[in-house]
Design a binder for this molecule. Structure first.
Ligand code: FAD
Length: 296
């Protein structure tokens, strides 16, 4: 990565002040040498879009967890980008989470996406670690008490898969914000009407925090079917038909996915979205094309 001045900006300084909608990119810490090369190349390309902030996911376990803190601090220090670390409750006691939060704070990272996390592979229910937290709202309160973090929380336009009642799910979202969350980043979705209904219901419930829309550019049909089966998002029928027609044509699938995302983002911007958060999967081509088209 190239050297440039450190940014100490907080995300709540760039979101929801009636200015331009934020643009953000999500990365994950790779496990292999070639994965790191791909990540650096993607960050380099996406840096040129001048994102409002970037974020780095927190893995379900193993060695990539420590890499989240290092990578976020490095992106912020060396690229001067505003950066956010995701953090989950999975497998951690409160003491351990406190240590990670201290580490982030000491390294100048002021933005945390506070999450519960998914149950580890092979388990269906989330079981809190002894001395840990059962839900993200507890982590939000804990992080706020630890340092003056700017805290993001997850929201689900189509409802969280484990909560069968959308109103109840929104009440849980509100609790995360009441406990100290500053803004919401949503799960990926393809049907903007789901997002608008979710945002309207949230506002009616008194949620005033900025709500950033999660966008996943589809470039691989098999992969997107796997993702949506895990997160509960639906693919609208017309998009599904288009994607299935090019299922065995990778270039055609990427073209169809990018064209859909461009229309989706334009519509969201026309409807006053607070921000667009791209799940990049450490690839830049689709996201760069979408941003160049949407923000030209
Ligand atoms: P919670 O807000 O705790 O919600 C989980 C479930 O419990 C929901 O059904 C909710 O309705 C219910 N609930 C919440 N609070 C209460 C309460 N007080 N009492 C009873 N029920 C309650 N996962 C990772 O492992 N690493 C990542 O980096 C990561 N990044 C993500 C980024 C975004 C933008 C999003 C949307 C998701 C991300 N996830 C990540 C996935 C996330 O961990 C899962 O969706 C997880 O299942 C729920 O996390 P949460 O923070 O929304 O949990």
């Amino acid at each position: 990565m190239n050297q440039s001045p450190t940014s100490s900006r907080r995300i709540d300084e760039v979101l929801g002040h009636g200015g331009k909608p934020a643009v953000s990119f999500e990365f994950f810490p790779p496990k292999t040498e070639s994965g790191w090369a791909q990540l650096y190349s993607a960050i380099g390309e996406l840096h040129a879009i001048k994102p409002s902030y970037v974020s780095v996911t927190y893995g379900a376990g193993g060695s990539t967890r420590a890499k989240t803190v290092d990578l976020v601090a490095r992106i912020q220090r060396e690229l001067g980008l505003c950066a956010m670390a995701h953090l989950t409750c999975v497998g951690h006691t409160a003491d351990e989470l406190g240590g990670i939060l201290d580490d982030l704070w000491q390294q100048g990272v002021q933005n945390v996406l506070a999450l519960r996390g998914d149950p580890p592979a092979g388990q269906t229910d989330f079981k809190p670690t002894d001395g840990g937290f059962a839900h993200a709202d507890e982590l939000v309160a804990f992080a706020r008490g630890r340092h003056d973090f700017c805290i993001g929380v997850a929201g689900y336009p189509e409802g969280h898969p484990q909560c069968l009642n959308k109103t109840r799910d929104l009440e849980h979202l509100k609790r995360k914000l009441d406990n100290g969350g500053h803004f919401v980043v949503t799960q990926l979705f393809f049907d903007n009407d789901e997002f608008y209904r979710f945002r309207d219901a949230a506002r009616k419930m008194g949620i005033t925090a900025p709500i950033v829309a999660g966008i996943m550019p589809v470039t691989n049909v098999t992969q997107i079917k796997r993702f949506i089966s895990m997160c509960g998002a639906k693919i609208p029928h017309p998009l599904l038909l288009k994607l299935e027609a090019v299922e065995h044509d990778p270039a055609g699938a990427a073209r169809a996915g990018i064209a859909y995302a461009i229309d989706q983002c334009r519509d969201l911007l026309n409807h006053g979205v607070d921000g667009l958060h791209f799940y990049t999967l450490n690839k830049s081509t689709a996201t760069v094309q979408i941003c160049r088209e949407v923000f030209k």
